[in-house]
Design a protein. Sequence first.
Length: 197
Amino acid sequence: MIRVNLLPHRQIKRELRQREFGLMASFSAIAASAIVFLGYTFINSQIDAQMARNGRLDAAIVNLDKEIADIKDLKDKISVMLERKHVVENLQTNRSQSVIVLDELSRQLPEGMYFKSIKQQGVVISIEGIADTNARVAALVKSLSTSNWLEMPNLVEIKSVLVNNLKQNVFTLTVNIKVPKDEEETPKVVAKGGRKS
């Protein structure tokens, strides 16, 4: 009977398998290292790109904040200018109002009385004067209530005093300024020097 020794053949196959395993392990390690390196590089590039994007956004936010501050400053300037314009328009509208009101007061003043002082605070005019009788004061209040430029006359006080040994009535009243109901009366007043035609 012939005997065959298979030990060297098995040992050669075992060494070949070990060499293949070592090559595969080395290749796997190299491939894993390459994958880790590529992943690390990709993640770092993404982080850098995001940081650059964040930097651009921060710069844009700073610019927008400056523009918002400029817009707010412009709005403040516009509101100041509008207030000034409103004041100028009011002055333009009411520049002849004091003349018209004084003319109206002089036209409504009955005989036998005169004004000592006239003060205006806003739309309220305070009048102090002297009259011969209480009836003349009542007539003044009645005529002021029918005026086109004055309204709501209110007699605050009336008292008797001696002026040059004559009995006189000192009175205080308030009256409000109003805009005429008929706006066509305003050009007539200006054109006729404060008197209606």
